[in-house]
Design a protein around this ligand. Structure first.
Ligand SMILES: [Zn+2]
Ligand SMILES: [Zn+2]
Ligand SMILES: [Zn+2]
Length: 490
């Protein structure tokens, strides 16, 4: 690890600093997971070896819990499933994801010792578990997990004392990292990456972390190689500068971010953006003055509260899959609050985001395009320029505009998304590759459009019937995998 070094970060304890200069998009380090497991809710829908989502998976004939794409994945995953398989069979049920992860970590430690690779900067023993800081409810859950773990852990495996076992659960609780599917669109599991645990938080960070499953052939040849994260530089970083990532979504108000960081990671964020409440005013503000008229503070507050209530109503309709109701609620709310709230108001942004997503799903492309554009324009005023969530939102807006036949804006949005993802995801990530293809296609279409509008439109109609380049999955929270990098247990 020649790029980074452990150091004492003032006020934060241990941290990582750069030992040389970096530029936007540089990979500072990459590391494989110690262990990772599929979420309880997705056991039958995600491959336990490569973490790809597939419709048809094959079940492990022994434990009937692990699922795999095929024989190749099953063989690649056998080393880490072997003991688990026997333990699940003997236990007679499936332990929850925390317990499965803790057990996988312990089996690996027992087999390989605390140093598992030569690029490892820290051992698991040396990591903080924050158990003394945990709240009572969380401590109760921890005790239940440990109790069940002891039932699950086979007598034939090496025995550990309670302190060592609780330490692992504590570390998972504050360092468990969300593992996404191959396209990075959905959170499918949780894993542990040791060096990553050393990277401190900043609400306006200089790095980002992305999971890259790599290509299929590489996945199958090397054990553990599939769940690899990359720490990527978001801009210029000087030699000696501390490396930081954001554990929470910057779209939240500073107070909310601080609350999240305190309850899950047990520290008070003192970053510039929290200390000075930077951009909080934009996130809850009213519209700018129009013809000398500005909404009063009272009006803004009222609209904010109304919007919040409507969001809850909308969310429950969305969970029921009642998308026409979602559209109705959103439109009603937007009509009332748009004249009052700023275009950066976070509740309004959530309305626009959901409405554009649902309208794209229902194939009302013009509406989807309009609201996605508002969303991206708002995001651009709030997020740092190279932010993964901003990149993904621009991609979605680009596709919506393309679908609505607004090729010029569509192409511009796709290009913007591509530029951001080249930094945050890198050129080999599947999503970046998708974007590259979209960029080429929209560029070609734009050229055609400029030459002959009529021919262009008739060609497009034919193309839309064949539905290429579609990204219209059901509107469940698409950004989830990106925004919640670190796994919060429910
Ligand atoms: Zn697989
Ligand atoms: Zn099995
Ligand atoms: Zn902060």
């Amino acid at each position: 690890m020649e790029n980074v070094a452990i150091f004492d970060s003032p006020g934060k304890g241990r941290g990582l600093k750069a030992t040389k200069e970096f530029w936007a998009g540089d990979v500072i380090f990459a590391e494989p997971s110690v262990a990772a497991v599929v979420f309880d809710s997705l056991l039958e829908r995600v491959c336990h070896s490569c973490f790809r989502q597939q419709d048809k998976l094959q079940r492990c004939g022994q434990c009937k819990v692990a699922h795999y794409c095929d024989r190749t994945c099953q063989r690649a995953g056998w080393a880490e499933h072997k003991q688990e398989c026997g333990a699940i069979k003997a236990y007679g049920k499936t332990p929850n994801e925390n317990i499965r992860l803790a057990a996988r970590i312990l089996w690996r430690l027992d087999k390989e010792g605390s140093i598992m690779s030569d690029m490892q900067l820290i051992t698991l023993d040396e990591l903080e578990d924050h158990i003394p800081d945990m709240q009572e409810d969380d401590l109760k859950d921890l005790k239940v997990d440990i109790h069940n773990f002891l039932d699950y852990w086979p007598r034939t495996s090496k025995q550990h004392n309670i302190d060592d076992i609780s330490h692992i659960f504590g570390v998972i609780n504050c360092n468990g990292f969300t593992v996404s599917d191959q396209r990075g669109l959905q959170a499918v599991g949780v894993g542990l990456f040791l060096n990553l645990c050393l990277v401190n938080h900043n609400c306006w960070p200089n790095c980002t972390v992305i999971l890259n499953h790599g290509n299929q052939s590489a996945v199958n040849t090397m054990f553990h190689s599939q769940r690899r994260i990359e720490l990527r530089s978001l801009g210029k970083i000087e030699e000696g500068e501390e490396l930081t990532v954001s554990y929470v979504d910057f779209l939240n108000l500073s107070e909310e971010r601080q609350r999240q960081l305190k309850t899950q990671y047990f520290f008070d964020c003192t970053c510039e953006h929290c200390k000075n409440h930077i951009k909080d005013d934009l996130k809850l503000g009213g519209v700018a003055e129009v013809d000398g008229v500005k909404p009063t503070e009272e009006q803004v507050k009222e609209a904010t509260e109304y919007c919040f209530q409507m969001l809850e109503k909308m969310e429950s309709a969305r969970l029921k899959g009642d998308y026409h109701e979602v559209v109705k609620i959103c439109k009603e709310c937007i009509e009332k609050t748009e004249p009052v709230l700023a275009d950066t108001h976070i509740y309004q942004l959530r309305m626009w985001s959901t409405l554009s997503e649902v309208q794209a799903y229902l194939q009302f492309f013009t509406d989807a395009a309009d609201y996605s554009r508002k969303m991206v324009e708002g995001y651009m005023k709030l997020y740092p320029p190279n932010n993964a969530a901003l990149g993904m939102a621009s991609m979605r807006a680009g596709v919506s505009h393309w679908q609505a036949g607004e090729i010029e804006v569509g192409h511009a949005m796709v290009c913007r998304a591509y530029a951001i993802l080249m930094v945050t995801h890198g050129p080999t990530h599947p999503i970046t590759k998708d974007l590259e293809a979209m960029r080429v296609q929209t560029e070609m279409e734009l050229r055609m459009f400029k030459q002959n509008e009529y021919v262009y439109h008739s060609m497009r109609e034919a193309a839309l019937k064949n539905k290429p380049m579609a990204m219209m999955h059901e509107p469940r929270s698409v950004d989830e995998g990106i925004k919640n990098l670190f796994h919060r247990k429910k």
